[in-house]
Design a protein around this ligand. Structure first.
Ligand code: PLP
Length: 399
């Protein structure tokens, strides 16, 4: 096995340098613990919310390898039993009517945007195409989803961006209402703004937006790419607000570690995207579907959602005892917090050196641990986090 220096050199030389990587090598993993470069890491990030069942879960490995031996790919020109099975499970679990499978979060949002625009077009004509999203949102890296992202920092370099998006203020109903002029076909939002800093929407705000959208026949889209698949203690996070959604996009955790996205829609929208109107070569690939079926089987087990909330509460209690940790935001196992006087990037960097993988979101530390993380792993991770914060504070004090 190559040493870390060689791996790093090769990577930086031959891969476009679009990521600022930690000086950490990951070679293998099980549950919420990873190994690489002779070190062990507790993982509070799940590869950005992907490894819901942790690294290399036994059931998931079995499902994926069995499918790889049986049929790896067959194209959407034909029927695939695993695809149909997964679609049924996903619709039953979420209460939605129909699904379109794709390969990533951005692609799922592209699908959601296309569906909403086609609905507006079919019913009201081509003037009704604008989608209102929220300031500080994040919806992906394609040109359209960058255009949909409500942060100026993402509207650079790649001109021209797409028309047809307007930005409203989160948790300010008046701002959404004002943005919803006659050309608007949909409102799209994250139940908890993830990249934006782990900022949950207020229930009152979401309820008002949902009622307003229903009244005006404006579709309500939730971008559940980060918050979905049991992450917040509900199957989809918007369920925490007691509202219904017209369209939901999903990805990250859905494939349990393989690339998969999905667009789900409610009854009444199932025929908006008809034959030839949308497609993607790899969408619903059999191996990926087999992995996703295992993910859904597990998160739908009795008591699973409760266990997510219990673990979330347990982590909150532990975090609140760390000196300097501010208000803890989020739901279930999606948590964010600032640490007084500590830079989040420096903290994540030092934590990684100390054996803990943790994410950041703006100036917050962000936790998206595997949903199957054990108490023991939580305790180990919290211990490293506490030591890391103290180490940074002492350094700051000695400067
Ligand atoms: C990660 C993320 C995306 C983009 O997903 P990709 O798979 O990277 O394309 C979109 N929306 C939200 C809310 C996300 O967290």
């Amino acid at each position: 096995m190559a040493d870390f220096k060689t791996v790093k050199e090769k990577t930086d030389k031959y891969i476009m340098n679009t990521y600022s990587r930690f000086d950490v090598e990951i070679e293998s993993g099980k549950g919420a613990t990873a190994q690489g470069g002779g070190k062990s890491f507790v993982d509070f990030g799940s590869g950005i919310g992907v490894n819901a069942l942790g690294y290399c879960d036994d059931g998931w490995v079995k499902a994926v390898t069995a499918q790889a031996k049986k049929l790896s790919h067959c194209s959407n020109l034909y029927y695939s039993p695993v695809q149909g099975e997964l679609a049924q499970m996903l619709c039953k679990a979420s209460g939605f009517e129909r699904v379109f499978f794709c390969n990533s979060g951005a692609e799922a949002n592209e699908g959601a945007i296309k569906l909403a625009r086609k609905y507006g077009f079919d019913k009201y004509g081509k003037e009704r195409t604008t989608i209102v999203t929220l300031k500080n949102s994040f919806h992906g890296r394609t040109v359209t989803t960058l255009s949909a992202t409500g942060q100026d920092a993402f509207h650079n370099y790649f001109f021209p961006f797409n028309d047809g998006f307007k930005f409203a203020q989160a948790n300010d109903f008046e701002s959404v209402r004002k943005a919803c002029t006659g050309d608007v076909c949909a409102v799209m939002m994250e139940a908890i703004q993830g990249e934006g800093g782990v900022l949950p929407l207020d229930t009152g705000f979401v309820k008002k937006v949902a009622d307003f959208c229903k009244e005006r026949d404006i579709l309500l889209i939730f971008d559940e790419v980060q918050t979905g698949i049991a992450r917040t203690g509900k199957f989809f996070a918007y369920e925490n607000f007691g509202v219904s959604a017209d369209i939901v996009s999903s990805a990250k955790a859905l494939g349990g570690g393989l690339p998969m996205g999905a667009v789900l829609c409610r009854k009444g929208l199932e025929n908006v995207l008809g034959s030839g109107s949308h497609g993607t070569t790899f969408g619903g690939n059999p191996i990926v579907c087999a992995g996703a079926i295992e993910v859904l089987k597990r998160v739908m087990q009795k008591g699973f959602l409760e266990s997510v909330n219990e673990k979330g509460d347990y982590i909150r209690e532990k975090l609140s005892k760390i000196d300097g940790v501010g208000k803890i935001r989020g739901m279930g196992l999606m948590l964010g917090f600032e640490v007084d006087g500590v830079d989040s990037n420096k903290a994540a960097d030092l934590a990684a050196q100390n054996g803990l993988l943790i994410l950041t979101a703006k100036n917050s530390l962000r936790m998206l641990p595997p949903l199957v993380i054990t108490r023991e792993e939580i305790d180990r991770g919290i211990k490293i986090l506490t030591d890391t914060i103290n180490e940074l504070k002492n350094k700051g004090a000695n400067q």
